[in-house]
Design a protein around this ligand. Structure first.
Ligand SMILES: *Cc1c(COP(=O)(O)O)cnc(C)c1O
Length: 368
């Protein structure tokens, strides 16, 4: 039985007639950029999350760097981010000219809030909590520390569409919540897309202007902006998917629950959810000190896995100029050596999942 890590075709098949109808509707409308679908999606996603404003953008990376830039954070300023974050989080900071400062993750694979204050300097302007794998950061402590030190908070929710902390939806805690709609994400489009959430009307207006060449009135340019617009087709398709997001997240919870009870191999550490929060299970990430051997064992049984992520940002070639070395962030480095994402997608069958669970339980290092 061949099982790929993330079967996007299955996710499409679940609601195919609805997507096809919407795609035709948009194609036949004759209006493709910044129209009715984007406006309605922004309203509906804001309502879904409980934010006041949503602004559609071209992708998640743009959402991050535009947030840093539009909060007037740039050269000479520092932004705190988790040392095991995805590279796009760090690029969002450096593209705006600011400097990333890394803080190690906790037992939930996310920013360790207890280590935050030690990383704050006179140059610190913001904290960027990244809700990795669909799990929530400790937003209670993060917001408390941010308030105490007068720091901005830019949440990276690119992997956590609809996750809650204390029953509040992620992306509504900080000054800005950033989302990606890359096809593999919980709320994934059929191409690139992204958005920001904010309760600040003036800031929302800045994003609307900035995404469209810095223009609020046609052919009048207020600032040097970007071309970062969510298109009508993606917005329309996202509107369809949003109506199913809760049931999709519920299905992922059931898939995760089956892994959590089914996998009993003592060499595997299972993921755990922070108290008073839930997870949307963007990835089901296990830790094991025999990761490469386990991945190879599963590959021989045609079970595909992915490593999120094999190189922590501070050791990536792109950030060699920051001057970090191996050993600087040992927890993130250990994560990179130990994490493995199991097949996780809407539409995976019980039979397929049992095949994965049985294979993992049959694994013993040094034996084939
Ligand atoms: C996917 C992702 C991004 C970037 O989103 P794009 O739409 O691919 O630019 C940023 N942060 C995290 C945590 C992500 O998973």
């Amino acid at each position: 039985m061949k099982i790929i890590p993330n079967n996007l075709k299955r996710m499409y098949d679940l609601y195919a007639p609805e997507y096809e109808q919407k795609a035709l509707e948009v194609l036949r409308s004759g209006w493709y950029i910044l129209g009715r679908e984007v406006e309605l999606f922004e309203k509906e996603f804001a309502a879904y999350t409980g934010a006041k404003y949503c602004v559609g953008l071209a992708n998640g990376l743009d959402a991050l760097w535009m947030s840093v830039h539009l909060l007037d954070i740039g050269p000479g300023d520092e932004v705190i981010v988790c040392s095991n974050a995805y590279i796009a989080c760090v690029m969002g900071i450096t593209k705006a000219g600011a400097t990333p400062v890394f803080v190690e993750p906790d037992a939930y694979d996310n920013l360790d809030a207890e280590k935050l204050e030690a990383a704050i300097t006179p140059r610190t302007k913001a904290i960027m909590p990244v809700h990795l794998y669909g799990m929530s950061c400790d937003m209670g402590r993060v917001m408390e520390i941010a308030r105490k030190h007068g720091l901005r908070v830019i949440e990276d929710c690119a992997q956590a569409h609809g996750t809650h902390f204390h029953e509040k939806t992620l992306g509504t805690f900080g000054d800005v919540g950033c989302f990606s709609f890359y096809p593999t994400k919980g709320l994934g489009a059929f191409g690139d897309g992204g958005c920001i959430l904010t309760d600040d009307e003036a800031l929302a207006e800045k994003f609307r202007t900035f995404r469209n060449y810095g223009s609020s009135v046609r052919y009048h340019f207020d600032v040097v902006g970007a071309n970062s617009r969510l298109d009508e087709l993606q917005a329309g398709l996202l509107r369809v998917k949003l109506t199913h997001l809760d049931e999709m997240n519920e299905e992922r919870n059931q898939i995760a629950a089956r892994y959590l009870t089914g996998i009993t191999n003592p060499r595997v550490r299972l993921p755990c959810i922070r108290p008073d929060s839930d997870s949307t299970w963007h990835q089901f990430v296990i830790h094991t000190d025999v990761r490469d051997e386990l991945a190879a064992f599963l590959a021989r049984r045609e079970i595909g896995t992915v490593i999120h992520y094999p190189i922590p940002p501070h050791l990536s070639k792109a950030y060699a100029y920051l001057g970090y070395r191996r050993g600087d962030f040992p927890i993130a480095e250990r994560c990179a050596d130990e994490v493995l994402s199991l097949p996780m997608y809407n539409g995976i069958t019980r039979e397929e999942q049992d095949f994965v669970i049985d294979a993992i339980n049959a694994f013993a290092p040094g034996r084939d």
